[in-house]
Design a protein around this ligand. Structure first.
Ligand code: CUA
Length: 153
């Protein structure tokens, strides 16, 4: 005979287990995950293959390729006209950096040897000069490492 208090604990544990496994199953089913991915690009192959700059893909889509280095981003400023979707690709040529557009959910680590890719869909209300900063300590001038993303509507 199972004690009443034992039954309460058994049922409580089962409920927690069902919630836990249920949320994992839900997340897998709906494709939840981090909003970035990394592509391997060995440093010796990077020159020539990875060129910093903005590509207009048409229809409000842009690809922005950025090089992160001690201590800055190349290009240091980009301008986008009425962007709907921005594919941001960042490559570090030295150490681990971060890339965060202040006030948005764009926030990724930039590891040397990998292209970090982020797909950013800036809300219509996003307008003007956005500040992108490095948020991983990367040396003496880490705090001066930033770039500007100018959004025009
Ligand atoms: Cu780059 Cu901190």
């Amino acid at each position: 005979m199972v004690d009443r208090r034992e039954k309460v604990w058994l049922v409580s544990v089962l409920i927690v287990l069902v919630i836990l496994l249920g949320s994992i199953a839900y997340a897998l089913r709906t494709g939840y995950g981090v909003a970035s991915e990394a592509i391997v690009l060995p440093p010796e192959k990077a020159p020539g293959l990875f060129q910093p700059g903005v590509k207009d893909l048409g229809g409000g889509r842009y690809q922005v390729d950025i090089i992160a280095y001690q201590w800055g981003f190349r290009p240091s400023k980009v301008e986008l006209y009425n962007p709907k979707e921005v594919v941001i690709r960042i490559y570090s040529i030295d150490v681990i950096h971060g890339f965060q557009i202040v006030g948005t959910n764009v926030n990724a680590m930039v590891l040397p040897g990998y292209i970090t890719t982020i797909v950013w869909k800036p809300h219509q209300s996003v307008n003007g000069t956005m500040l992108a900063i490095c948020n991983e300590y990367c040396g003496i001038a880490h705090s001066a490492m930033y770039m500007e993303i100018v959004i025009r509507r």
